[in-house]
Design a protein around this ligand. Sequence first.
Ligand code: NAI
Ligand code: MG
Length: 352
Amino acid sequence: MENYTIDVIAGDGIGQEVVPAALECLTAVARRDGFRFEWRHHDWGADRYRVDGAMMPANGLDQLRDGDGIFLGAVGHPDIPDHVSLWGLLIPIRKAFHQYVNLRPVRLLPGVTSPLRESGGLDIVVVRENVEGEYSEMGGRAYTGDAEELVTQQALFTRSGVSRVARFAAELASTRSGSLISATKSNGIIHSMPFWDEVVAEVVADFPEVRLESVLIDALAARAVLRPFSLDVIVASNLFGDILSDLVAATAGSIGVAPSANLNPERLNPSMFEPVHGSAPDIAGRGVANPVGQIWAGVLMLEHLGQAGSARTLMSALEDVLADGIRTIDLGGTARTAEVAAAVVERLRIAG
Ligand code: NAI
Ligand code: MG
């Protein structure tokens, strides 16, 4: 029997609520389809930071290295600066394991209402560059507190880094409608963005079946609201992809339903699956968080592990449950986190 070792980092806030819910669903689909998960739980996050000043142990990355994947909830606590929590856990994993693709599918799920008047056919995948670009450690701060205080923050783009994410996006576009939009800002950012455009165009030239359109990020943000159905695959730098994927996730009803996969496409290191949302301290501890984004992240993990059939089964169970009206409060329902998970597990049992 196939056995997958998955490192589980539930993390902070609602991560502690949506991760157990998603694990129940994953365990159920594995049992139904004849494979097994071994969950290796790690209590990393804000509580650990309060005790010994680090979000994860010094050898944390080594503990994850031999696993088949990482399943993460969310990190971040109001008492701890966000740059400390994110750079202490999430970002080191993405960088060390060369998870250079952040894949964020967005679809309008059944029973979920979009805030947009026209949302028909909303089906978008944002391919976000995940390890370089604007999220770099290069820069510094001087004359702290003085009137002359200054900071610099350097963006870093490499030919290999832009090429590989563009290639991934072009391959994906060629399996879908063939349309690929590249987010740019080459009118305002004069070094890195013209370079981005140039390298993306070079890579996509190898894919005659893919139509590349470079769109300025500001215009693209407006288009994502006004004509979301005109978008299919979007490739974007780290910062642009981050913002744009939250925007399109919101057009699909709630940030609580949006999943993401941090992929190392060469599979030299484990990939990491997580919802797009954060730890939601405003609703944490009440058992009302929407587990759909976390469960859908589990579907992406199943796909990556080569269990495409189980991925489809779990996704349709999730869609059926939503269509039946079992929805959390962010989607206008009354169901609790655990009730959504239980309904998905029940569906899987019936389907099996
Ligand atoms: P957030 O995504 O945690 O929350 C934004 C809003 O959406 C809140 O009103 C929240 O209640 C709601 N929401 C989010 N997920 C939901 C769910 N599953 N069900 C129902 N409602 C949901 O973003 P925010 O408030 O900006 O950040 C909170 C903390 O999370 C910060 O410390 C931030 O740094 C961290 N964060 C961590 C991320 C990660 O671990 N990948 C990503 C984004 C933020
Ligand atoms: Mg974000």
